[in-house]
Design a protein around this ligand. Structure first.
Ligand code: FES
Length: 64
């Protein structure tokens, strides 16, 4: 689960997103957080099909 690939275009895994989240200030806003994660990992910059999945992962990690 932790190594599940969330964004196939950019090969970004759940663990990559989690790591990126913990490397910078965490905002309470999921959309804002998404932008930061996208900058850090390039996730969701290809086909964009993983957008919802990335958002879900971010909210899941943030609510831990
Ligand atoms: S799967 Fe993430 S941009 Fe295509």
């Amino acid at each position: 689960m932790e190594n599940k690939v969330i964004c196939h275009c950019m090969n970004v895994s759940y663990a990559d997103i989690e790591k990126a989240l913990h490397e910078h200030q965490v905002f309470s806003d999921v959309e804002k957080e998404f932008e930061e994660i996208q900058k850090a990992t390039q996730c969701s910059t290809g086909c964009g099909g993983c957008y919802d999945d990335v958002l879900n992962v971010i909210s899941e990690i943030m609510s831990k």
